[in-house]
Design a binder for this molecule. Structure first.
Ligand SMILES: [Ca+2]
Length: 464
C-alpha cells in the first residue's frame, strides 16, 4: 500500500468513523419460523430447510426515531410502524457507523465498515464487485427484488427484478431505473414504490420460492415534498419547540459552531420551506445559495408536476408565500427560526405520514395473504436526523440522545409480544443479522452479530 493510500485511510477513519458515528434511524422486524442450517455464506452453500422465511427489508431515508410514535414521538403518530414494534422487537440503542446516506447503505448491504467497503461519501462510485446480501440470497434459491431508493449510482446486483430511483430521485412523478431502462411514473413516489412492491408480491414472483424483497423509501429525505393532500393536511400545524432550538454553541467546539446545518441560516427559503420561486424576494435572505435554493425547487416541482397537480399544491404554496412575504421582514431572529422550524416539521412529518400509510398497506397484504406467518419484516432508516435539536436539521453529527439509530424488529405471525432491546447495536451488523434469518452462518468477512440471539426463534435461541 502506498503512503498516500495509508494516509487516506487514516483520514477517512478520522472523519467518518470517529467523528460521525452515532446518527439515528430505526428498524423493525416481523416473524419467521427459522431453522438454522449451518450453511456458510461465502461457501455458496444452500439452505436445506423447506421452511425458509421470506424477508421484507424496509428502509426509509433520514427517518429520525423522534418521529416514530413507538419511540415516544411527541410529533406524529405512526400506527403502522408501531404495529411492528408491538408484534416484535424495538431496538433502542442502535447506531449507524457512518451518518450519511450512501455510505450507510453500503455498510448495511455489504456488512463492512466504510473504510473497508470504500464508499466514503455520496459522490464516489460504489465498488459493485463487492458482494451484497441480496446476491447471497439469490444464489441460494431466494426470489429477490428491490423497489425504491438505492442511491448508489449503480443498478443493484443479486435481484431478479428491480425499479430504483436514479440518485436521490424525485417525490413528484419520479423517474426510475428498471432492467429495461429509465421510465417516468406519474404520481407520488411513496405510493408508487409501494404499488410496485405489492404488484411483485402478488403476481411478480415465483411463489414456489422464498423471497428477499427490499422495499426502500425515498421519504423523508430533503427537500420534503409531501403528497398534495398531506401538504394541505399538515400545513399550519404547530409543533413543540426542542429545548435546544436556540443553542448558541458557546460551550461547543468549532465543528458545532461552523456546521452548515442550522435551520435559521441553511434551511433555504424556496428549496426547503417552499416559498414559491416566482414569488420569492431574494433581498430577504441574500446570503443563501440562490442557485441551489431556486434551482432545486424548479427541478423538483415546477418542471415535474402536471397542471392538475399544481392546482392542488398551489392551495398551500400560495399561503406559504403570502405568509413569508408579509411577515418575514419584521420578524425577530428567534421568530424566523421558529417559522422555518414549523415549515420544516410540517413537510418532513407529512412525508412520513405517507410512509406509514403505505407500510400499512403492505402489512395488511402480508396478513391477508397468510405470508405474515413466515415473513421477517425489518424496518429501519439509513440514519437518523436532527429535528431542530441544537438548532439543526440534517444528520452529520454524533450527539448522544439525538442521533442514535433506533431500529425495531417485529416477528410477524408468531409474535413474540412487544419487547425492547437496549443493548448497543451497530447498523453495520444488520447484514449479518439478515443472513442469519435466511439460515446462513457468517464468517469473519462479515461483522458478527448478536441481534438474533435476542429472538426466540421457533422456541430456540439462535447462537452467535
Ligand atoms: Ca439518508
Amino acid at each position: 500500500m502506498s503512503r498516500q493510500n495509508t494516509t487516506l485511510i487514516k483520514l477517512f477513519w478520522h472523519r467518518y468513523c470517529k467523528v460521525v458515528i452515532f446518527p439515528a434511524g430505526l428498524l423493525m422486524l416481523s416473524s419467521c419460523s427459522l431453522s438454522m442450517s449451518g450453511a456458510t455464506a461465502n461457501k455458496n452453500a444452500s439452505v436445506s430447510s423447506a421452511n425458509r422465511p421470506n424477508i421484507l427489508f424496509i428502509m426509509s431515508d433520514d427517518h429520525a426515531y423522534q418521529a416514530i410514535s413507538a419511540y415516544g414521538s411527541k410529533l406524529i403518530d405512526t400506527p403502522n410502524i408501531d404495529r411492528l414494534a408491538k408484534q416484535g422487537m424495538r431496538f433502542t440503542n442502535a447506531t449507524v457507523t457512518n451518518s450519511i446516506c450512501a455510505p450507510s447503505r453500503a455498510t448495511i448491504l455489504t456488512g463492512k465498515h466504510t473504510h473497508i467497503n470504500g464508499k466514503i461519501d455520496n459522490r464516489m462510485p460504489f465498488d459493485d464487485s463487492q458482494q451484497t446480501f441480496p446476491q447471497i440470497f439469490q444464489r441460494n434459491g431466494y426470489q429477490t427484488a428491490m423497489f425504491g431508493k438505492l442511491h448508489f449510482g449503480n443498478n443493484p446486483k443479486g435481484v431478479d427484478d428491480f425499479m430504483i430511483l436514479p440518485d436521490q430521485g424525485d417525490y413528484i412523478n419520479p423517474d426510475f431505473e428498471t432492467p429495461n431502462g429509465t421510465i417516468r411514473k406519474q404520481g407520488y413516489v411513496t405510493d408508487i414504490i409501494t404499488d410496485e412492491t405489492l404488484k411483485w408480491l402478488k403476481a411478480g414472483r415465483d411463489q414456489s420460492k422464498p423471497f428477499m424483497l427490499a422495499y426502500l423509501h425515498k421519504a423523508p429525505h430533503r427537500s420534503w415534498w409531501p403528497r398534495a393532500d398531506k401538504f394541505a393536511e399538515f400545513y399550519g400545524k404547530q409543533y413543540p419547540l426542542p429545548d435546544s432550538l436556540f443553542d448558541d454553541y458557546a460551550s461547543r467546539g468549532t465543528a458545532a459552531k461552523t456546521a452548515e446545518m442550522t435551520i435559521r441560516k441553511f434551511m433555504l427559503p424556496v428549496k426547503d420551506t417552499k416559498v414559491s420561486a416566482d414569488r420569492y424576494d431574494p433581498r430577504y435572505e441574500p446570503y443563501v445559495n440562490q442557485k441551489d435554493n431556486i434551482g432545486v425547487f424548479e427541478r423538483q416541482y415546477t418542471d415535474r408536476a402536471t397542471a392538475q397537480q399544481k392546482i392542488e399544491y398551489e392551495k398551500v404554496l400560495s399561503q406559504i408565500a403570502q405568509d413569508y412575504n408579509d411577515n418575514w421582514p419584521t420578524m425577530s431572529e428567534k421568530e424566523k427560526t421558529i417559522w422555518k422550524y414549523q415549515r420544516y416539521m410540517q413537510d418532513y412529518l407529512a412525508t412520513i405520514s405517507s410512509v406509514d400509510d403505505n407500510i400499512g398497506r403492505v402489512l395488511d397484504y402480508l396478513d391477508e395473504s397468510g405470508l405474515a406467518e413466515n415473513t421477517l419484516v425489518v424496518y429501519t432508516s439509513d440514519q437518523g436526523f436532527f429535528l431542530g435539536e441544537h438548532g439543526w436539521y440534517d444528520k452529520r453529527f454524533a450527539y448522544y440522545g439525538i442521533n442514535e439509530n433506533a431500529f425495531t424488529g417485529a416477528l410477524a405471525g408468531k409474535n413474540q409480544g412487544q419487547s425492547s432491546i437496549r443493548r448497543a447495536r451497530s447498523k453495520f451488523r444488520l447484514c449479518s443479522d439478515i443472513f442469519r434469518c435466511g439460515g446462513y452462518n457468517t464468517t469473519r468477512r462479515y461483522a458478527r452479530t448478536e441481534l438474533f440471539t435476542f429472538v426466540n426463534w421457533s422456541g430456540t435461541k439462535v447462537a452467535t
